[in-house]
Design a protein around this ligand. Structure first.
Ligand code: MRU
Length: 320
């Protein structure tokens, strides 16, 4: 695979997934022939990142339809595989109502690639030569099947000579930053340094961070943003230090049916991912209030406060 090769593809009537649990040590591909196998890969993070799990689930609906089983039950299983990223239920519902779910999944993949490119270009315009940007989790090609969201913005900024270096939060507990973002940036030839999540505040205090860009798993109608746990403290620190805090996400990550961040379901994963002692609590996401977000980069434009209005406008544009 190259830096922007898709982590998922349809081949010979099956969905092939690059097993992200084994990166960067191994590049192993999994073959899913049933929706149950796809749901399992989503739950266990073989495929992860909001747009990528939406795509995988759409292919899962296609497998259900081809297999001739109970498509509604399969869709329910896929929808329930992870709760926070709205792209998952959004993609499943649309695949379910499509006459040809496979054609739909393939179109969705194309749309994702185009959306990533566009929002990345728009985001890169906010960057300036010499910038040192900090990011959290993994939001590149592995997370979207395209160019990436926040990862795409960083790549586009690099290509336009508007980026000097990336600080990569290791992203406890599953190390999506240290394992996956570092792998992608290395392949793209973008200079980066991995830091412990808890180092971010100190870096900001020392003037070593010019801007922060992260992805999103769900954006509420008021602009509150759910993203990988550890994002909210970054936003608070950014405000403390007067640093721009950007979110990059396709419009499909905005959920008009979730009024505020308080209604976003936060996935709680197995405590053993945090500690073997059995006394851990493991929320996988947190919510950043809209007031801490400088701008949201989407393929339909850059959204700014007041978010209730800019979001309503962009959804009306897409919907109609
Ligand atoms: O648990 P993960 O690895 O699926 O979490 C992913 C994130 O939090 C990403 O930041 C988000 O999905 C945006 S990806 C373009």
């Amino acid at each position: 695979v190259t830096a922007d090769a898709a982590p998922l593809r349809w081949e010979g009537g099956a969905l092939l997934l690059l097993d992200q649990r084994r990166l960067p040590a191994q590049e192993a591909w999994l073959r899913c022939e049933t929706p149950e196998e796809v749901a399992d890969c989503i739950r266990t993070l073989a495929v992860r990142g909001a747009p990528a799990i939406g795509l995988a689930a759409a292919y899962g609906v296609a497998l259900a339809r081809a297999g001739g089983g109970d498509v509604e039950a399969a869709a329910e299983l896929l929808r329930g595989a992870r709760p926070t990223a709205v792209n998952l239920s959004w993609a499943v519902d649309r695949a379910l109502s499509a006459a040809d779910p496979l054609g739909f999944a393939q179109r969705l993949h194309e749309e994702q690639r185009a959306a990533d490119r566009r929002l990345s270009e728009l985001g890169a315009e906010r960057f300036a030569k010499g910038d040192r940007a900090l990011t959290h989790c993994n939001t590149g090609p592995l997370a979207t099947g395209g160019f990436g969201t926040a990862g795409g913005v960083l790549r586009a900024a690099w290509e336009r000579d508007r980026l000097a270096q990336v600080w990569v939060d290791e992203t406890r507990p599953l190390l999506q930053g240290a394992r996956l973002t570092a792998w992608e940036l290395g392949r793209a030839g973008i200079p980066f340094k991995v830091v412990a999540d808890s180092a971010a505040g100190g870096l900001m205090a020392r003037g070593l961070v010019d801007r922060i860009v992260v992805g999103a798993d769900r954006i509420a109608a008021n602009g509150d943003v759910a993203n990988k746990v550890g994002t909210y403290p970054l936003a608070v620190l950014a405000a403390r230090h007067g640093i721009q805090f950007y979110v990059a996400a396709p419009v499909s990550t905005i959920d008009p049916d979730t009024p505020t961040g308080a209604q976003i379901p936060i996935e709680e994963r197995d405590p053993s991912e945090v500690s073997d002692e059995g006394n851990a609590f493991n929320p996988a996401f947190d919510v950043t209030p809209a007031e801490l977000v400088t701008a949201i980069f989407t393929e339909s434009g850059v959204l700014e406060a007041p978010y209730a209005e800019s979001i309503a406008r962009v959804l009306a544009l897409k919907g109609g």
